[in-house]
Every structure is written in C-alpha cells, then in structure tokens.
Design a binder for this molecule. Sequence first.
Ligand SMILES: [Fe+2]
Ligand SMILES: [Fe+2]
Length: 196
Amino acid sequence: MSEHIARWHVEHANYYKLLDLLESLIETFIRSERPDYDLMSDIVYYMTQYPDRFHHPREDVAFRRLLARDPGIAPVIDELANQHRGISASSEALSADLRAAAEGAMMARATLQSDVRNYLALLRYHMDVEEREIFPRLAVLLDDEDWFLVDSAIHFAADPIFDDVVQERFKTLHHRIAREAGCRCKDAPEPACHLD
Ligand SMILES: [Fe+2]
Ligand SMILES: [Fe+2]
C-alpha cells in the first residue's frame, strides 16, 4: 500500500474519533445541559484548518489521476469532489456558528443541532465511500509519478492535533481525545504525543 493511502487511513481514523466526540457533545446539548461550545468549536475549526486545506485537496489530485486510468469511476469521483466543496463550506459555516455560540450569541438550538448532525452524516458517508470505493483502486492503479504529482500539487503539512507538535489552540482538544480515545503517552506530554 502506498504510504499516502496508509496516512489517509490514519487521518480518517483520527477524524472518526473527532466526529464521535462531536456527536457525544451534541447529545449533551440535546439533553439541555450546558454544552461545551468551546470544544465543539475547536473540533470544527480544526476541520477547516487541516482536512479542508490539505487532506481533501490532496485527495482531489489523486482522484483526478485515478480518473485518467479508470474513466468508469467518474460518477463516484464527481460525487466526492462535490462533497469536498460542500464539506469545506459546511465546516466554515458551522465553525462560525459554534464560535458565536461559544461567545454567548443566541443561536437557534434546533438549527445548530441539525447542522451538526448533517455535518457528521456527510463526513462519515464521505470517508466510507473513499475507503470502500476509491482507496483500493488508488492502491492498484496509481504509480510513483502520480504520488509525486500529488505531493507537488499540495505540499504535505503537519497536522496541528495529531502530529508531533500540537498547536496551542488545540491542546485542550488533543488532551480530551488522548484521554477518551487512547494515547500511548498517557498524559500527553509535549511536544510528542502519539495518539493510537
Ligand atoms: Fe475526502
Ligand atoms: Fe478522505
């Protein structure tokens, strides 16, 4: 398996953990307790800063290379490319709404709930399709030159939560994920905390 696909598997696993945490936070919200808007906001803000800027755009380049080798896959590639645009727009809008709620703005609870639920469903569906329909084809059909072009088009960037150096804004979220999802270094000493 290409190291790129291996990394994308790991990144998807990280995103599933974040989405599970976001879902548990929105359940607290539904039970009318004080929701942790700051943590919810940090999760979605992270999605705007790494997956939407690096993970999905790098996939787009690889998916276009796949299209040249496997034209029959076009409908799935088109759907995923549209979802990348939709996810990015949803992340930006939801991040702004949650930040406003965290800062005390009056938000329509039902709207925020359904926006989060729709966002969770879209991202999970999207990653499931990539894992099931596309990644196995990439592993077979793309060669070193294709992957070189992926790296050249969108340069690799360090993940601000899950790589070695955790950005200041994401430290609370990192520690929460480490506690709930498991982290080999237990108490997340900086700078290196390796989430499983
Ligand atoms: Fe994607
Ligand atoms: Fe992906």
